[in-house]
Design a protein around this ligand. Structure first.
Ligand code: FAD
Length: 398
């Protein structure tokens, strides 16, 4: 019976990136599998941050990503008090439909040498002597590996983290024939969503996705009883009523949780390593998880490749978890400060003072960097509209 070096359960950005990285590091017997048939959809705003693009460059597909995605040059930030400010910066952000993005990653990993099976659901992990040694498929077949990567996303069942899950609730939809402001995203910290936000991400010059996120738990950790649908309907009415009147909805509305944590923990067990949203590595204010999934996939692949080359499992796994903490926990802690700020009038006050050059540069640097996950600064783009606050117009009412 064949024993793979690695079996990866889930081929989202975490699993496919781990497969790609393992193959790039010369690990040959890598199998990654997904229960869905590819290309498959994932409920997602499909926004790829500057950090995701930089990592795509490192993994060798940055150029293809730029060519196939929709570029974003500026961001309208809506404040809880109903003002809005335009952030323009020197960073790259793109939107690429997850169906296409994830499939591109899968194709890259296959081309690098990893074996892929779609339409293949894992029913359970196989444990022997306190160690994960393989997976049992829905079909009953058993597959064995020296390492199993747990990459099943928000609903994953095999995380070794016993803590209760915290999550953000979302609802989103897609519209064609929309009056798109080219290359411009919107993130609106509407007070009804406080401390989180609603978004509009353009996927082309005519098509957008619009969604909201709200906390899935109350402050005491109990599941929120709030229903997302009426909040979403109100959000659409308040912000996009006029622009949506001329657009056509594509498909149905979709919701999906975003699982998060502040302190990353319990990501490994003997023979098993957890990555991506299964490891709860998403940003709890922006909801960003694609870059985080990719980066965890890279760190985990590096850890397992080093073990296969002779390093001790225990120390490689420890290094993996500390790398995750060093990379992500500071941003998650800043996220708590951002959540606090969104509950005050501070952002409204900054919006009022936004004409002032120093304030504008400060907001771009601090708020922009916190959202982008990368140090950024303001740029003036020739021909672009004024970076001063623009009074809400009926067509763009906030
Ligand atoms: C509404 C919404 C909007 C979002 N917008 C953004 C955004 O704009 N930008 C951003 O960066 N992030 C965004 N996110 C977060 C992002 O979508 C996730 O964090 C990211 O997809 C996590 O990647 P992953 O690889 O860990 O998991 P996933 O992408 O969820 O992939 C997991 C895969 O595992 C497979 N799987 C699960 N169980 C099994 C099994 N038993 N057997 C075989 N296969 C299995 C699934 O089919 C799936 O393909 C958003 C999330 C939501 C819900």
């Amino acid at each position: 019976m064949k024993t793979y070096d690695a079996i990866i359960v889930g081929a989202g950005p975490s699993g496919a990136t781990a497969a790609l990285r393992l193959a790039q590091r010369g690990v040959r017997d890598v199998l990654f599998l997904d229960r869905d048939r590819y290309p498959r959809d994932k409920t997602c705003g499909s926004g790829l941050s500057p950090m995701a693009i930089a990592l795509a460059d490192e993994l060798g597909y940055g150029q293809e990503l730029r060519e196939r995605s929709y570029p974003i040059h500026q961001l309208w930030l809506g404040t809880p008090g109903g003002r809005r400010i335009l952030l323009r910066s020197n960073v790259e952000t793109v939107v690429m439909l997850r169906k296409d993005y994830d499939f591109m990653l899968v194709e890259r990993a296959k081309a690098a040498g990893a074996e892929f099976r779609d339409g293949t659901r894992v029913r359970e992990l196989i444990e022997r002597g306190g160690r994960t040694v393989g997976v049992r498929l829905e079909s009953g077949d058993e597959l064995f590996a020296r390492y199993v990567f747990v990459a099943g996303g928000a609903h994953d069942k095999w995380t070794s983290d016993p803590r209760p899950k915290r999550s953000i609730s979302t609802l989103m939809g897609w519209w064609e024939g929309f009056d798109v402001e080219p290359n411009t995203m919107e993130m609106i910290f509407d007070k009804n969503l406080s401390p989180l936000y609603g978004w509009l991400f353009p996927e082309s010059n005519t098509r957008v996705n619009i969604g909201i996120c709200i906390d899935g738990q109350d402050d005491d950790g109990a599941k929120s009883q709030r229903s997302v649908r009426p909040v979403f309907d109100q959000f659409l009415k308040d912000h996009y009523g006029a622009r949506l009147a001329k657009a056509t909805q594509v498909g149905r509305l979709k919701g999906h949780p975003i699982v998060y944590t502040t302190w990353i923990s319990n990501t490994t067990a003997p023979g098993r390593i957890t990555i991506g949203e299964a490891a709860r590595v998403t940003h709890h204010v922006t909801g960003e998880g694609i870059y985080q999934a990719m980066q965890t996939g890279v760190f985990a692949a590096d850890a397992v490749a080093s073990i296969l080359a002779g390093a001790r499992e225990e120390s490689a796994f420890k290094t993996y978890e500390w790398k995750l903490r060093a990379r992500f926990v500071p941003g998650f802690v800043v996220g708590h400060a951002l959540r606090g700020i969104m509950k005050t009038s501070l952002l409204d006050k900054l919006a009022d003072a936004y004409q002032n050059d120093a304030v504008r540069a400060l907001v771009t640097r601090t708020v922009g960097s916190a959202m982008a996950g990368k140090r950024i600064s303001e740029v003036d783009q020739p021909g672009a509209p004024s970076s001063r606050p623009i009074a809400p117009s009926p067509a763009h009412s906030l």
